[in-house]
Design a protein around this ligand. Sequence first.
Ligand code: CP3
Length: 343
Amino acid sequence: MTERKMMKVLEGESVFPPPIWVMRQAGRYLPEYRATRAEAGGFLDLCYNPKLATEVTMQPIRRYGFDAAILFSDILVVPDALGRKVAFQEGEGPVLEPLDLGRVGELDPTGIHDRLAPVYEAVERIRGELPVETTFLGFCGAPWTVATYMIAGRGTSDQGPARKAALGDPEGFARLIDVLVEASIAYLARQIDCGADAVQIFDTWAGVLDETEFETWVIRPAKRIVAGLRAIHPKAKVIGFPKGAQALLERYVEETGVDAVGLDWTMPHAFARERIQPKVAVQGNLDPMRVVVGGRALDEGVDRVLAGLGQGRLIFNLGHGITPEADPANMARLVERVRAAKR
Ligand code: CP3
């Protein structure tokens, strides 16, 4: 295990040059991804096809030799496995049947594994194909972010429908979060059983909540997932990514028990260095737009992340997923620059 550079950082070491992987590294900016996706048919068909999900997970590893692979799937397979209707429409993003909080009692978090069996099969296959030195990450969506899609039935600009539900019917909303906490623990534990080395909890919409709502719907559920997962796998390594948490990130790391946190690209390096890195490893935080623009904008951004965060525990990544318009050649340039860095 120790030869896995990213695991060393999650276990508390500072490594330089830092290990690198990129959120959405398997995705539409890669022509080979677009070809496999077309072969699969729909997006969910790709997520539930163990052979093709393995193929797209491996594509960025073959091309760039990243230090970590992330399971190819989506956070919305959990609501799908809970029996909600989920569809991905080309160019539109996810569409779900909006959930009425009065019907949360119909969701059974213990019944998810049958539908998710192809995902677990993909995890086993991927671990078998990855080089030994490559860390393998499983993941799930955080309850708050998954709930925003379940309630609104789609992505919204301000998560208005879920914020309204959480403030207007906190008991009903808490029951939904409970279901998602329980399902997430079971789902992540199974991914580790099948070969994942560590897991990431994606809370993409954490940044729209006020302090008390952040405590209730972001920190507490993450803490319960970490504790629940460690009750099954005591050494489980967990990366939390409460995007947009800003100064609340400090409480998130103090209270949840995660081993690392993702930083979005708006996070000042001095704050992360002084308040976060002494407690946990950090992961990030290059603006994905710098990979689209390339050239000097890319090089300067890389150098600034390395100078600002490279003295402590760092996993190099972007501040959010790579976008479809990024040039694969810029990604090669990014990896090369990080690997050639000197402290
Ligand atoms: O990082 C990886 O390479 C692993 C795969 C992965 C996907 N989605 C594949 C995907 C991961 C980790 C996710 C997480 C995810 N999914 C999040 C949290 C992280 C984030 O990016 O904020 C969220 C909010 C979702 C929900 C989701 N899935 C949305 C809103 C969309 C549409 C937006 C878009 O980028 O198109 C998706 C679709 C999706 N998930 C794609 C991929 C590669 C693109 C769809 C396609 O190929 O047609």
